[in-house]
Design a protein around this ligand. Structure first.
Ligand SMILES: Cc1ncc(COP(=O)(O)O)c(C=O)c1O
Length: 375
């Protein structure tokens, strides 16, 4: 008798549709504007040998991030990206099958996928049409973790501080409120990190993947009350942070590294303003959403055709049309000045070909692969 090996996997695993990450869903191309990375990347030096296991929570790195964020080291957990922080929160605080998380779509896809892979149900409380929280609906749901993303991916909106406080007040003693600040450096004044002092059930997620231009490093942080951090440490792998990762992250968080990051944020915010203005004047663009992060959402006549036309020119952007309320919407990450010039020229060609009815055959370059997007 033959058994298909895949059928031996847990039923809940067989049912999962993995996160369609930008890298997984599109490859090839020369200009990558589909993963909200930072193209203005400095280089780093590594020192020494790597024959010893690293510390689970490298002290110098934890201290450096605590200093940067203005919290105590006991309030910091370092992990393999903010994604591992999301996973650890769900695994540490949610009982499989019994507990639920709440999310506010359209939002980052990994909250629901991590929940599903841990057999935790997701309750969706969609954002209101102005992309603020539906606080009334949120407060009616029972959940162990409430995920709020600000600036929100993909909308770029900031969730009003007063709404976050309202949600925190309501869920006191009932749930953890997780505010994902992966993009906060692009709108630093909006951080709610100061609220940690008042609300022990507030958790903040941060990352070096965006403003710090270190997506390839896989280094993120969870900021919370020491009791929450302690619970996460019970679940984390023994050696999650490789020694080279810790070395580079400490350099990024030095005074010089922070200054460099702030300069690149200022450049990106200027490029974003110029790009938003450019696309707003294009004939095929019906909406451009204001953004507080390193990407811009725009609504076009045909999102799939727009993505393919740019892809045919070696430029990758992301179709967000599968997200709730984002029909025919694409998201463009802000790249280097040269990349932004290239995307603007390519978009101009595409939009003018649409208005003149001469849209070129936009069959993607043979070296590129596209799969269906699920977020
Ligand atoms: C809102 C949000 N949170 C978390 C992450 C994951 O960040 P990391 O690269 O640190 O895992 C992303 C990545 O795109 C994101 O957009």
């Amino acid at each position: 008798m033959t058994t298909k090996i895949s059928s031996l996997a847990r039923a809940s695993v067989q049912a999962i549709e993995p996160y369609a990450s930008a890298r997984r869903s599109m490859s090839g191309g020369a200009i990558w504007l589909n993963a909200n990375e930072n193209a203005l990347a400095p280089s780093y030096q590594l020192e020494g040998s790597f024959n010893r296991y690293p510390s689970c929570q490298p002290a110098a790195l934890v201290q450096a991030y605590a200093d940067y964020a203005g919290v105590q080291p006991e309030q910091v957990l370092v992990s393999r990206g903010a994604d591992e922080g999301i996973e650890l929160l769900i695994r540490s605080f949610c009982e499989p099958v019994e507990d639920r998380i709440a999310i506010c779509p359209p939002t980052y896809g990994m909250y629901a996928i991590s929940a599903q892979s841990n057999q935790v149900e997701t309750v969706s409380v969609p954002l209101l049409p102005d992309f603020t929280l539906d606080t009334e609906a949120l407060m009616q749901c029972s959940a162990k973790l409430v995920f709020i993303c600000s600036p929100n991916n993909p909308t770029g909106d900031l969730i009003p501080r007063q709404q976050i406080i309202e949600v925190l007040e309501h869920f006191q003693g009932k749930a953890l409120v997780v505010v994902d600040e992966a993009y906060i450096e692009f709108a630093m004044q909006a951080s709610v990190v100061d609220l940690l002092a008042q609300y022990p059930h507030l958790v903040i997620l941060r990352t070096l993947s965006k403003a710090f231009a270190l997506a390839g490093l896989r280094c993120g942080f969870t900021l919370a009350a020491p009791e929450v951090i302690q619970a996460l440490k019970q679940m984390i792998a023994p050696y999650p942070i490789a020694e080279p990762v810790a070395q580079v992250a400490v350099q990024a968080l030095s005074q010089q590294g922070i200054t460099r990051m702030q300069q690149s944020v200022a450049t990106i915010n200027e490029l974003r303003a110029a790009f938003s203005q450019f696309v707003a004047g294009q004939p095929g663009v019906s909406s451009v959403w204001p953004s507080n992060a390193n990407y811009v959402l725009l609504q076009v006549d045909d999102a799939a055709a727009c993505v393919s036309a740019l892809q045919a020119e070696g430029i990758l952007i992301r179709n967000q049309s599968a997200q709730r309320g984002l029909s025919e919407v694409v998201r463009v990450s802000i790249g280097s000045p040269e990349e932004m010039q290239a995307v603007q020229q390519a978009m101009q060609r595409y939009f003018s070909s649409c208005t003149t009815g001469t849209a070129a055959d936009s069959t993607p370059d043979q070296s590129m692969q596209v799969q269906e997007e699920n977020t």
